[in-house]
Design a protein around this ligand. Structure first.
Ligand code: SF4
Ligand code: SF4
Length: 239
């Protein structure tokens, strides 16, 4: 059970900032305190916080506490709270705004480092371009040689004009590369014309969680440029 909120007379500057930035003001003032958002939230109870309590603290002007709680980094941005809320209150957007107030140095290392690696290497685990290309080539060659039924299996890289551009969760090539092969087989079996990119191919964008819109946009923008350069019609994001 969360502890009660203790307040004095305060006015929330953060609330005003957030309402100006969140589309439609985020409906923050419409909260009925019904708790529907709390029940489905995977971060409820962590750091003695939950989405309803976080919202109440913003509304009560507890800026210092709101901008210091590590709870905001446990929010998965899943938006379950918004979907469950009868008033459509957008607590995920509020959490994102709170993250934007944290300095880059204080952003949790796991998120920030994964984002930085994505910006530098095109994937969040920092696999170099040549290693990614040779890993895929080796895996597909091994499969062709060992499995008679898949001797024509493709794993295309930078194929111009492919109908589908495929992204890959970077965890797989990093720790369990053989897990990529079943997907290649399915795509081949159903006749999908697809390709990976050698430059940027990670399906996960940690920059979305860091609170820095510019980094987030840089990853998405580069991704879409590559899709356009290759002439692909559809992006398949596997995450
Ligand atoms: S579900 Fe919506 S109305 Fe209910 S407590 Fe949460 S934010 Fe308030
Ligand atoms: S968006 Fe964040 S606050 Fe809302 S339900 Fe998901 S984890 Fe909880």
């Amino acid at each position: 059970m969360s502890q009660p909120i203790v307040i004095g007379k305060r006015k929330s500057r953060f609330k005003e900032l957030a309402q100006a930035a969140i589309p439609g003001g985020g409906n923050l003032d419409l909260c009925l305190t019904c708790s529907s958002c709390v029940n489905g939230c995977p971060a409820s109870g962590i750091s003695d916080m939950d989405p309803r309590k976080f919202l109440r603290m913003v509304l009560l002007g507890l800026d210092e506490e709101v901008l210091q709680t590590p709870w905001i980094w446990w929010c998965s941005m899943c938006q379950r709270c918004k979907r469950a809320c009868p008033m459509g209150v957008d607590i995920g957007a509020l959490v994102f705004m709170a993250r934007q107030q944290w300095s880059r140095e204080n952003t949790p290392k796991g998120i920030q480092k994964s984002c930085d690696l994505h910006l530098e290497f095109g994937n969040s685990t920092g696999i170099r371009r040549e290693d990614w290309v040779s890993l895929c080539a080796d895996l597909v060659e091994e499969t062709r040689q060992q499995e008679e039924d898949w001797k024509d299996l493709p794993a295309p890289m930078d194929k111009k004009g492919a109908a589908y551009y495929l992204n890959q969760n970077a965890k797989e090539p990093t720790v369990e590369p053989e897990e990529m092969i079943p997907l290649w087989k399915i795509l081949h079996e159903v006749g999908i014309d697809w390709t990976y990119s050698s430059e940027q191919w990670d399906a996960v964008n940690y920059c979305m969680f860091s609170g820095d819109d510019r980094d987030w946009e840089a990853v998405v923008r580069r991704q879409s440029e590559i899709v356009d350069d290759l002439g692909c019609k559809t992006l398949i994001n596997t995450e």
